[in-house]
Design a binder for this molecule. Structure first.
Ligand SMILES: [Cu+2]
Length: 495
């Protein structure tokens, strides 16, 4: 069947247009007065020539300059295209976040068929710039993609959010193609799009975010005490939906139980957590509980839409432990909302009057209805920041506290990337507990005082303080450019 012989001809680039004499050829030219008599009249070759001529003419007619401007496009320069009558057939698989192979050389003029098998560990697709697509394939599924007559270099990629940026690209090189007017350097990526807005606020300004936060109910920041059962059962259901960010902007979110962050669980050292993960989304998802000490292999595996898995762990140690989806690219799954926390109380936790939880996270807002912008995400450049999922929500809806009340705030930095330095303006912390240990305890009784709980991505802890005067006490990520993007709220303290 297939002609799997790949051309060994020298580099086609930089050569003047010339016709190969090695094959019986049919030549299609953009010239309206083609004068080349076919020498090989197989039906397939004729169809190929007709379609190539039609395509070339369509491009030529719609944009006379297109034939020289589109490096790497499916239609080559204003030179000849040779239909060979051969078919090149290539099997493509997936390994991690790469296609294997990720580079295919095809003699120009061959018909290319790709047998794409998703041999990865989660759902993927394969899309070519011509529009040919496999659709989303589960692990193990195969789809034949008929790319037609190859008339020039061509790019392909996985279109699931973040997958292309994580490395899932494939390049089809048309061997024997000539590219008049082009240099010998490869065509540049067509998707290195420029985020030239620098320090601007991106698609949602702080004012727009705050105005929108004022129109919705804030997520309740109160952390209820742990209940007394020791066997705890929860179902985490993954869904994908659109969430509003401002009056004029929505984003795609992926969530556990419909909200980002997901459920905040709380228990005691020694409790057993029985989690059932249900994937009601359209792509692969998974779950990683930092609160558990288990081999990741089974419980943290990605599951398919419609599947579920049981994940049991014993909480052996105190902490505010992150959980998150661990399907690649993890940064994308977390940035889209797949994170939360499990709080396991230290055995010597003091009593307080008020107890809150703040989950810090980053938003990489792209176009309306889009999931996180993969370029901003890769560059660690969030354009909005949140406590408990919504930028500015506790600025728009201050948290009410009385003077003299002792306040504890648990803080988890869900990231996915940046640090959180949690500070409450106008207070000092008499107690700071970070990652399993008291850093400061007792304040005035000799234990020192603190101003910040500093947390890297996935770190957590808590602070305790007592406001002594009525007023408005902002709490911020003291990496202040991040506070200004939404990681700011207010304790409204009254007598
Ligand atoms: Cu996920």
């Amino acid at each position: 069947m297939a002609d799997l012989t790949l051309s060994s001809s020298p580099s086609p680039r930089g050569d003047a247009p010339k016709e190969s004499s090695a094959r019986p050829t049919l030549k299609a030219r953009v010239s309206p007065a083609g004068d080349h008599a076919p020498v090989n009249r197989t039906a397939g070759a004729i169809v190929g020539v007709v379609s190539v001529v039609a395509l070339a003419l369509a491009v030529f007619l719609s944009s006379p300059s297109a034939t020289t401007a589109q490096e790497g496009a499916t239609v080559p320069g204003a030179s000849s295209v040779t239909a060979t009558g051969h078919t090149t057939r290539v099997a493509v698989g997936v390994e991690g976040m790469s296609f294997t192979p990720n580079h295919i050389e095809v003699p120009i003029g061959d018909r290319l068929i790709v047998d794409f098998t998703n041999s990865g560990d989660q759902r993927h697709d394969l899309v070519f710039e011509s529009g040919v697509t496999s659709g989303s394939l589960a692990t193990g599924e195969t789809k034949e993609l008929d790319l037609g007559i190859v008339s020039g270099d061509m790019e392909g990629w996985c279109s699931l959010p973040g997958h292309r940026q994580a490395g899932m690209t494939i390049h089809v090189q048309a061997v024997g193609a000539s590219s008049p007017g082009s240099s010998s350097t490869p065509a540049p990526s067509t998707h290195s799009h420029d985020h030239g807005h620098g320090a601007s606020s991106g698609p949602a300004s702080p004012t727009e975010l705050t105005d929108y936060a004022a129109t919705i109910d804030a997520r309740d920041p109160v952390l209820p005490p742990a209940t007394n059962e020791t066997e705890r059962h929860y179902t985490f259901t993954v869904t994908e939906q659109t969430a509003r960010v401002t009056d004029s902007l929505t984003r795609e979110t992926w969530t556990f139980n419909g909200d980002a962050p997901g459920p905040i669980l709380r228990g005691h050292v020694g409790d057993t957590f029985h989690i059932t993960l249900v994937n009601n989304g359209t792509m692969s998802h998974s779950l990683d509980f930092h609160a558990g000490l288990v081999a990741p292999d089974n419980v943290m595996r990605s599951i398919e839409p419609g599947q579920s898995l049981d994940y049991t762990f014993v909480a052996k140690n105190a902490g505010i432990w992150l959980y998150h989806c661990s399907t690649a690219p993890m940064s994308m799954h977390i940035a889209n909302g797949m994170f939360g926390a499990v709080i396991i109380d230290p055995t010597d936790l003091d009593g307080v009057d008020r107890e809150y939880v703040m989950i810090a996270s980053e938003l990489y807002l792209g176009g309306d209805g889009q999931s996180a912008d993969a370029s901003l995400l890769s560059a660690l450049q969030p354009n909005a920041m949140a406590f408990n999922g919504v930028p500015f929500q506790y600025k728009a809806h201050p948290i009410e506290v009385k003077t003299g009340e002792r306040v504890r705030v648990w803080v988890m930095d869900a990231g996915p990337n940046l640090a959180t330095t949690f500070h409450v303006v106008g207070t000092q912390f008499d107690t700071v507990w970070r990652e399993g240990a008291y850093v400061i305890r007792g304040g005035g009784s000799g234990g020192g005082w603190g101003q910040v709980l500093a947390l890297g991505a996935a770190e957590g802890g808590f602070v305790e303080f007592t406001p002594v005067e009525a007023g408005h006490y902002s709490f911020v990520n003291h990496a202040l450019s991040l506070a200004e993007k939404g990681q700011v709220g207010v304790f409204e303290v009254s007598d």
